[in-house]
Structure formats: structure tokens, C-alpha cells
Ligand binder design. Structure first.
Ligand code: 4AD
Ligand code: MG
Length: 461
């Protein structure tokens, strides 16, 4: 009978039938003249058994890993006691090679293995993604993005697609990638926030999933030069509602992923000890966080006026206690989440440390720093995954904020107009997709959570 063309997903429905499948040789084993192939097609894996005459051909004897092949045979549930990925087995009666891979052994097992250098892994990222772990991360990433979209749709946030080529900054001029745009200067976007704000009077609450770019010379586990930025903006909310919305969204997305059997299986594969975060998330005011760090002996590197780390004669960084007004750096943040072991909303940062658009906390006394209605969500193992705030709704206040940041308001006329023509209290946030995924899948670095990660010096493949 004619064989039914099949993908390697949902095979239970095809048990007992003759099927024809195509894919890549993922694993290969020759056992006393019987060839076992684990086939991979991106949707799943299938163990295929070549025995008798079909295992004696020249092609069978020279078959290598990563060759593309087509196989026809009958599909069975795996006999009891045997294990193979997917839980089925194909007894092959006809097969052919579609694309040979003569050098694959050398490339995939000799050059590329767990011991190979990070730079080789990076150069061969296009091959790394064929692996079980890397492809599982990419599948989970797709499921994560779908869950966010579903969750936002359920709460009436509309998806928009703002531009990546822009002429305004959002998060400070120091981290802008600049380029020439028809004789003018333009930048790669750092954040789509300002554009989302302009959508509120047009579309109501909105979100986007867009690449953001940061020219930071940071070689850390959690910085990329280009990352996928999920941002949302909500009208007529207050600060408390903003934090609840962020917490609800994160928890709802995790619930959706765990309810779906295929994404739940990916989480189990990548992060077997994963547990849903406990609610409500811990909330820690910035000033209390500074106290907490000092009580726990968590210090930071002393910097001179130019921002250089001060070292002693032995070349060790000079460590000092935190003071109100200090930034809470990555290392301190990580120690904090490691000790507390739960998600933490750090909120109420000094305006000095934060971007120009953030709303100041009303009715503060004259002296001391001015604080903002801002929050970062920190996750164990990663640190900051979300940055959000209420926005300045008042036009005069915004003009003052431009001045403090050294921004020429002319280029921002369209952003200012939001305050001119029917302003509203509003707020929003940005979530780093790779950082969220690093937390969910328990990855050491965000570089594992991007298809083709970019960091200083790396834009290939
Ligand atoms: O805290 P950030 O800079 O906030 C903004 O850009 C706001 N305008 C967002 C908004 O309110 N709409 O960035 C938001 C998040 C961070 O919490 C972090 O998860 C991620 O973006 N992020 C990075 N991820 C990877 N590599 C980098 N270099 C990142 N910089 C920020
Ligand atoms: Mg931030």
C-alpha cells in the first residue's frame, strides 16, 4: 500500500500504518548488521531500524550522522523494555539518501563537543542549534512568545510593530548604536517604549515583541548587543496596578506553558527542578534594599569620578558598603536573589539612576534624592528580567526632564504631544526575552537563549 507522508510529531495516530518520513540522521548505531537511526525533523525524533537487505547497501554502510534521508516502513509502538526518543520505531523496508554529510563526524563530534572552546561553539552556532538542548531551548522560546501573545490577547492588549530605525534615545545616549540614514544620524532602537506610549490614545493598551539594541561593552552572562524586547504600555493605571499586572502576566505565562504538554515537557527536559514562583512576589523598596545589602555584607566595587574601579596594590578592587543613591549592580543583585531565592520587585529607585521619562514619587520632602515610581523584577539565577515604571504625564515636568538628561526636545515633539493632547496616567515595562528564558530553562547565559546571539565583537553567523 502507498505510504503516508508524515512528520515526526503526533505519531501515535499513525501506529500500525506504513509511513514515509524525511529528516536528518541524529544518532547512528550499527549493531551486528542492524542499523539503528534516530531520525530528526525538527518536530520530533523517531527510531528507525534498517535490517536485512536494506542494511547491506553501499549507502547504508557509508551512512553518516546529519545526512538527510527518506525512509519508508511500518510504524510500531516501541516494544516494552526498549527506549528511544519519541517512543516509536519504524521498521524500514525502503530508504534513500537525499543529502550526504561526509564530514559530519569531524564537524559534529570532533570539533564540536562539550569540551570545545566557547569561540568554536559560537562560530559553529548554526550546527549547535541542531543539538537536543539548543533546539529544545529554541522550541521553548517559541512557546514562550506564543504564551505572552495569548495572555495579552486575553487582557485586551493589542500587538504593534514599532520601527527599529529611530532618531530618539530612550535609555541614555551612551549605549546607542549610531548609523547614517540618508545623510542624517539615526540609531538602532534601545526600546520601543516611546512609540508604545503614542499608541495609547489610538489603540488602548499595547505591547510589542521587537529587537532592541544596546552598545554596551558588557561581556556578562546577561548582556547582548541585540536582544528580543517584550514591552507593554497601559493607560489609566497607577504604580500598584502596574506591578500587579507584571506579576500576573509572568505567572499566567508560566501557567500556560505548564498546562501545554509539549512546553511542559521542554521545561522538564531543560530545568527538571523548575517550580512555579510563589505569589505574591516579594516587594522591596530601594532604600530597604540598600539596608538589606549592608546587613548581609554585600559590598560593591568603589569607582573613581571617571567610573574606573579603584584597585589596591595587589590589584584587588576596593569594596565598599552601599549607600542610598548607589546603583545596585549585577553582582549584588545576583547575591540578593540567590539568598532570597524568590522573585523580587525592587522598586522606587532614585531618579538619578534611571531614565528621564520616569514619574517621580509625589510629595517628597526637599532634601535627599528624588525617587521614582519605577520597578525592576529580579529572578533567582539571573537578576533583572523586567524594568518598568510609571511615566511622566505632565508636559512641563517632561520638558524639565529632557533638560536634565541633555536631550534636545525638538526631536521628541511627537512624544511631548502625548502630554499636550489629552494626557493620562500610564505606565509600562520591558522584559528581556532571553533573560526570562534563561531563568525558565535554567541556562548559565542569555547567549544560549538567542538564535544567533550578538555581543561585543560577535555578529557571525
Ligand atoms: O531596563 P531596561 O533598559 O528598560 C527599558 O528599556 C524600558 N524603556 C522598557 C519599558 O519600560 N518599556 O530594559 C528592559 C529589560 C531589562 O530588564 C532586561 O531584561 C532587558 O530589557 N535588557 C537586556 N537584555 C539583554 N541584553 C541587554 N544588553 C539588555 N538590556 C536590557
Ligand atoms: Mg533596567
Amino acid at each position: 500500500p502507498a505510504a503516508k507522508k508524515a512528520k515526526l510529531v503526533g505519531l501515535a495516530e499513525l501506529r500500525g500504518q506504513r509511513i514515509r518520513v524525511r529528516g536528518w540522521v541524529h544518532r547512528l548505531r550499527d549493531q551486528k548488521g542492524i542499523i539503528f537511526v534516530v531520525l530528526r525533523d525538527g518536530t520530533g525524533y523517531l527510531q528507525c531500524v534498517l535490517s536485512g537487505q536494506v542494511a547491506q547497501t553501499y549507502e547504508a554502510l557509508t551512512l553518516t550522522l546529519e545526512s538527510t534521508i527518506e525512509l519508508t516502513g511500518s510504524l510500531q509502538e516501541l516494544p516494552e523494555g526498549k527506549t528511544a526518543p519519541g517512543g516509536h520505531e519504524l521498521s524500514v523496508d525502503y530508504w534513500k539518501v537525499l543529502g550526504a554529510a561526509p564530514g559530519a563526524e569531524e564537524a559534529f563530534t570532533n570539533r564540536l563537543n562539550e569540551q570545545s572552546d566557547a569561540s568554536i561553539q559560537a562560530d559553529l552556532r548554526h550546527l549547535v542549534i541542531r543539538g537536543e538542548t539548543a533546539s529544545a531551548i529554541l522550541k521553548l522560546r517559541a512557546a514562550l512568545l506564543s504564551s505572552f501573545r495569548d495572555s495579552y490577547a486575553a487582557h485586551n492588549l493589542l500587538e504593534v510593530t514599532p520601527p527599529c530605525m529611530v532618531q530618539t534615545q530612550v535609555e541614555g545616549g551612551a549605549t546607542l548604536f549610531k548609523f547614517e540614514y540618508y545623510g542624517q544620524q539615526a540609531f538602532l532602537t534601545q526600546s520601543s517604549q516611546l512609540y508604545l506610549e503614542t499608541c495609547l490614545p489610538s489603540l488602548g493598551d499595547v505591547f510589542c515583541i521587537q529587537e532592541s539594541f544596546r552598545a554596551e561593552n558588557s561581556h556578562t552572562r546577561r548582556h547582548l548587543s541585540e536582544y528580543t524586547h517584550l514591552e507593554a504600555e497601559l493607560a489609566f493605571i497607577d504604580f500598584e496596578e502596574l506591578m500587579s499586572h507584571i506579576e500576573n502576566t509572568i505567572c499566567e505565562v508560566v501557567d500556560r506553558l505548564l498546562e501545554n504538554p509539549s512546553s511542559a515537557a521542554l521545561i522538564k527536559q531543560l530545568n527538571p527542578t523548575f517550580e512555579k514562583p510563589a505569589r505574591p512576589f516579594k516587594r522591596l523598596n530601594y532604600v530597604d534594599a540598600i539596608k538589606w545589602l549592608n546587613e548581609h555584607g554585600i559590598q560593591h566595587e568603589l569607582e573613581d569620578a571617571d567610573g574606573n574601579v579603584v584597585k589596591d596594590e595587589q590589584g584587588n578592587s576596593k569594596m565598599v558598603d552601599h549607600a542610598v543613591g548607589d546603583d545596585i549592580a549585577e553582582a549584588a543583585e545576583r547575591r540578593m536573589t540567590d539568598i532570597l531565592g524568590t522573585p523580587i520587585f525592587l522598586y522606587g529607585f532614585p531618579a538619578e539612576l534611571k531614565a528621564f521619562y520616569m514619574k517621580k514619587i509625589p510629595s517628597q520632602s526637599g532634601d535627599g534624592p528624588v525617587f521614582t515610581e519605577s520597578c525592576d523584577l529580579l529572578m533567582p539565577g539571573v537578576g533583572e528580567i523586567v524594568g518598568g515604571s510609571m511615566r511622566i504625564a505632565d508636559m512641563e515636568e517632561l520638558i524639565v526632564a529632557y533638560g536634565r538628561e541633555g536631550i534636545d526636545p525638538a526631536a521628541y515633539y511627537w512624544f511631548t504631544d502625548q502630554r499636550k493632547y489629552g494626557t493620562c496616567e500610564h505606565g509600562g515595562y520591558g522584559l528581556g526575552v532571553e533573560r526570562f528564558l534563561a531563568w525558565l530553562a535554567k541556562r548559565y547565559t542569555v547567549r544560549e537563549c538567542s538564535l544567533y546571539p550578538r555581543w561585543p565583537g560577535r555578529a557571525t553567523p
